[in-house]
Design a protein. Structure first.
Length: 288
């Protein structure tokens, strides 16, 4: 141990002796981190142990039957549902956040109302969104149980999350960037696109990643809007189940518990893969 490290260690010991509360708080923080990491590792390990032995080629058959309970149609539905939901929610969420931060006047009462509303909508249970989507899209619009009805419901559900995370990412960009761009004669739109958005992209992608996780793991809202048909969709107006709904259906029937564990493993790998790809893309965009 070097002299500098010994000096820092002694300073910490003296600080803790003078203020024991700091030591207690430091131990609590470390304990919380260890417990959180332990729970996460336990869940991942449990799913791996239960899921890997139950994986088989029959689970990836193209068509679903009561014998193979294939998850391939559910995987296709999950991909379509995720892409369609993001296609609707990301432009609206990012655009509204840009308006609130870059164009709206500071102290505007309408902006305050929009922010409070977004925070309130973020805490509403997903089953309430499912009931709303059922009444609006399935009944009122006449779309019946369909991929489009489920995607619209999920887009409304994740819209406040994307908007709030994008808003915080834009706020984290220093005002000196904007002032320098304006000083060089650039307009507001060019400043937002060329100066403000690039450093805010990692924060925006973080919100998109959280939204993907919520879309992929959603069940209650989709049961009321997209249905539980275990087939690949023929179109956006076809009914279909996602991986999470597929796993819920297998567990609720009580006959396919092993296959449900295998589905949970695939779902876990998909979420981890999406996060890894998104983080890699964020780093690449930040370097550029």
């Amino acid at each position: 141990m070097s002299n500098i490290n010994k000096r820092d260690f002694r300073q910490k010991i003296n600080t803790y002796k003078r203020n024991p509360v700091s030591l207690i708080l430091a131990l609590l923080v470390i304990l919380s981190a260890v417990i959180t990491a332990g729970i996460l590792l336990f869940l991942i390990g449990y799913i791996l142990v239960k899921g890997i032995p139950n994986l088989s080629l029959d689970l990836f058959a193209w068509e679903y039957t009561t014998k193979n309970v294939s998850m391939t149609p559910a995987i296709i539905n999950t991909i379509i549902m995720t892409l369609l939901s993001l296609l609707i929610s990301v432009p609206l969420g990012v655009g509204s956040a840009i308006y609130l931060v870059e164009y709206a006047r500071r102290g505007n009462k309408l902006v305050a109302v929009v922010r409070i509303t977004a925070e309130t909508l973020s805490g509403i249970p997903s089953i309430v969104y499912g009931l709303f989507g059922f009444l609006l899209f399935v009944v009122a619009c006449g779309w019946n149980y369909s991929i489009l009805a489920g995607a619209m419901t999920l887009a409304i559900m994740v819209l406040p999350l994307i908007m709030r995370t994008t808003e915080e990412a834009l706020k984290s960009v220093p005002d000196s960037y904007r002032e320098g761009s304006f000083g060089l004669g650039a307009g507001r739109l060019r400043t937002v696109i060329r100066i403000v958005l690039p450093p805010a992209i990692p924060g925006i992608l973080a919100g998109v990643i959280l939204s993907i996780g919520r879309i992929v793991g959603e069940t209650a809202a989709l049961i009321f809007t997209a249905g539980t048909v275990a087939k690949a969709p023929k179109g956006l107006m076809s009914s279909g189940r996602t991986l999470a709904v597929h796993m819920y259906a297998l567990l609720s029937e009580g006959l396919y518990t092993k296959q449900a564990y295998a589905t949970a493993l695939v779902l876990l790998v998909a979420v981890i893969g999406i996060n890894a790809i998104s983080n890699f893309a964020a780093k690449k965009l930040t370097k550029e």
